[in-house]
Design a protein around this ligand. Structure first.
Ligand code: GDP
Ligand code: MN
Length: 380
């Protein structure tokens, strides 16, 4: 789950990373009030779950509450790379002497968290990595040993920060970022820019914070930060029903059991020249209610014109799934063509059950490839 800048900054604040004082605003008048309370100048910042807001006109300095109001009017409703701005973060403007970059993420190859730090912040970090790789200092943290303060010093010296007070402050932020990362089960914590003010104060001016969805149950306060209106409406419905669903943009609705098989199904549909409309994983079970819930989400996508139901019976038995499918079809009167491929435990029985009932829109295919071809054909 990605957090908005202001939410990430709230978590930064909780672990002691310095951030500017600010207020959330959802209307121009609220932005003006926020600026009045905070004292000008302020910076009015679009809150969207994407980066590059500055370049897109989503971040503007205001020298008075009136100006904050007029900036807010311009930024609200702005479309930044497909994300419409509904919220603004108004914060006390900072004077900037230098902009650094600091992040902590997982290096899956090394199976360790990885810090990256450079004094060339503010801009696109990919650009720094491409044009000035020596400026980007990388440091892995051993998950068993945990974080040690010397590692922060190594980052800071490695990047060439020379002022002792600055070294101390940045090192402190590094340690606290590690604390935030572990305490909130983050997958990414990024500060770009981490600024130094002309008075030599170090502060996080931006935040990119991604929390592991699978750990949200441990952090109800963070889970509550989710903006349900920002999610795809179908994905939100799926979440409510407990269905694992990701919207894609083709015409073949995909339903499988198990994430691996479902991903392979998406691949096979693409391989035979089709385009999957979604990824939908039924999980381990194949009971009628699970099938109904999944189908209900899939068919709400108006682009779906055929469904490919791919089941491999392991612990789940194919005969049970077959009954589940029939029961689901009985309950929901579905007219779209459904191609079913059943294999694994009790596949024979499962196919026999479907063949006997033989609903007109149900097509049983023996292999994954045949089924994918059939589904793609029926979807066009
Ligand atoms: P992003 O474009 O989505 O990464 O948004 P940021 O929050 O990083 O802001 C983009 C840029 O706006 C920063 O790199 C700063 O140069 C500038 N900016 C943001 N806040 C302030 C501020 O308080 N004062 C000044 N002078 N510039 C700011
Ligand atoms: Mn930024």
């Amino acid at each position: 789950m990605d957090l908005y800048e202001y939410q990430g900054k709230e978590l930064f604040r909780r672990v002691g990373i310095p951030v500017s004082d600010g207020r959330l605003a959802t209307s121009p008048s609220e932005a003006r009030e926020a600026a009045t309370e905070l004292g000008s100048p302020v910076v009015v910042k679009a809150q969207v779950l994407t980066g590059g807001r500055g370049k897109a006109g989503g971040i503007k300095l205001a020298s008075s509450p009136e100006e904050a109001e007029s900036h807010a009017r311009e930024i609200l409703g702005l479309d930044i790379r497909g994300h419409v701005v509904h919220r603004l973060w108004v914060e006390k403007a900072s004077d900037i002497a230098r902009e650094y970059y600091l992040s902590l993420t997982f290096d899956r190859g090394a199976r360790r968290p990885l810090f990256m730090f450079t004094t060339e912040g503010g801009v696109d970090i990919e650009e720094v990595a491409a044009t000035k790789p020596e400026a980007l200092v990388r440091l892995h943290v051993d998950p068993l040993e945990g974080f040690h303060p010397w590692q922060a010093r190594r980052l800071v010296y490695g990047a060439g920060v020379t002022d002792p007070s600055e070294q101390k402050q940045v090192a402190a932020v590094v340690g606290k970022l590690f604390e935030a990362f572990t305490r909130f089960d983050a997958m990414l914590c990024e500060i770009n820019p981490l600024i130094v003010t002309p008075d030599g104060e170090v502060r996080a001016l931006d935040s990119k914070f991604t929390v592991d969805d699978n750990a949200l149950f441990r952090h109800p306060d963070v889970a509550a930060m989710r903006d349900v209106t920002a999610a795809d409406p179908l994905e939100a419905l799926a979440r409510e029903k407990g269905v694992t669903y990701v919207k894609l943009d083709g015409r073949v609705g995909v339903l499988g059991n198990g994430a691996g098989l479902t991903m392979s199904t998406v691949d096979v549909v693409t391989f035979v020249g089709g385009a999957p409309a979604n990824f939908c994983d039924l999980g381990g079970g194949g009971d009628a209610q699970g099938v109904v819930d999944a189908l209900d989400v899939i068919i709400r996508d108006p682009q779906v014109s055929a469904i490919f139901f791919n089941i491999f019976g392991g612990i789940t038995r194919c005969d049970e799934v077959a009954r589940g499918i029939l029961q689901a079809l009985g309950q929901m009167r579905l007219e779209l063509p459904i191609v079913v491929r059943l294999d694994g435990t009790n596949a024979e029985e499962g196919r026999a059950i479907l063949a006997e009932a033989a609903p007109a829109n149900l097509h049983v295919e023996p292999t994954m490839l045949d089924a994918a071809r059939r589904a793609v054909e029926l979807a066009t």
